[in-house]
Design a protein. Structure first.
Length: 258
């Protein structure tokens, strides 16, 4: 039996008169890259924000790693084991690449605030271990030589990779990538694809929102398609691409296909 990492069912969310999500459910198993696609305004970001604790759902049940979890606050979700990146990159611009990753790692640190203030031996040892791990993660995503650069000085593609390193630093059960290829050129996309593939091959589980349908179809094991807040298809990329409702949603009037 394949191990479920994230299992959510019946997720609904309304904004005033707009039903942004209607009973959406997905089950992501260990080692999968799971794609979430759909035309503009379909509800992808809303779904992401619900499962990562930014929005409170009106309904829905949530299980992470086989245990119930309540996505009620962002830091609780990180602790529970979901790390995410953002459509609009959110890094600490004036901190170095290394420091940005170290911040991610602190979710799992033990010595806590008092240890940090009094710089206890336990804190110093832990800090050194965190720095070492952060450097390894920068190497892993291919920007190890830029560890001392301020985040804001990195190219767009490198900032996205830094965000992924920071997310990995929390040792997540699930890593949720919000449009990781947005704004990337073709070469950067190839590198990104290789990186996501490598992360999967190293045993991680990934949820991906992406507008680049080619990237999604090439990478994902399974895909859910949303349209007007409803789940219109779920399956392998092969099946989803041939689904009439999906073709209709992407070509239908009023939507801009990506
Ligand atoms: N905080 C909010 N308040 C009110 N309406 C919202 C809010 N967030 C999203 N919506 C609305 O919910 C619907 C779904 O939006 P959402 O951003 O989830 O779509 P999306 O699939 O991520 O779109 P895109 O591909 O353009 O990013 C849209 O009609 C949007 O205007």
């Amino acid at each position: 039996m394949t191990e479920s990492v994230l299992n959510v069912a019946g997720v609904s969310k309304r904004f005033g008169g707009l039903q942004a999500l209607s009973e959406v459910g997905i089950n992501i198993t260990k080692g999968q890259v799971y794609g979430l696609i759909g035309p503009n305004g379909a509800g992808k970001t809303t779904f992401f924000n619900v499962i990562t604790g930014l929005y409170t759902p009106d309904a829905g049940s949530f299980e992470l790693g086989g245990a119930p979890y309540k996505p009620s606050a962002v830091h609780e979700v990180a602790k529970a084991g979901i790390a995410r990146t953002f459509q609009n990159i959110r890094l600490f611009a004036e901190m170095t690449a290394l420091e940005n990753v170290m911040v991610g790692r602190h979710v799992r640190s033990k010595s806590g605030l008092l240890g940090a203030i009094f710089r206890t031996p336990g804190f110093k040892a832990e800090e050194a271990a965190i720095a070492k791990r952060a450097q390894e993660l920068l190497d892993y995503v291919g920007i190890g030589h830029m560890s001392e650069f301020k985040a804001r000085t990195l190219s767009y593609g490198d900032q996205r990779r830094l965000e992924i390193a920071r997310a990995l630093a929390t040792d997540p059960k699930l890593i949720a990538l919000d449009e990781p290829a947005a704004g990337m050129n073709a070469t950067e996309k190839v590198v990104l694809r290789e990186l996501i593939d490598r992360i999967r091959n190293d045993g991680r589980t990934i949820l991906l929102i992406e507008h680049d349908v080619k990237l999604v179809m090439g990478l994902c094991d399974r895909v859910t398609v949303l349209d007007y807040g409803k789940q219109i298809a779920e399956g392998t990329p092969f099946d989803v691409q041939r689904n009439e409702k999906v073709i209709e949603a992407y070509l239908g009037a009023g939507h801009k296909a990506h």
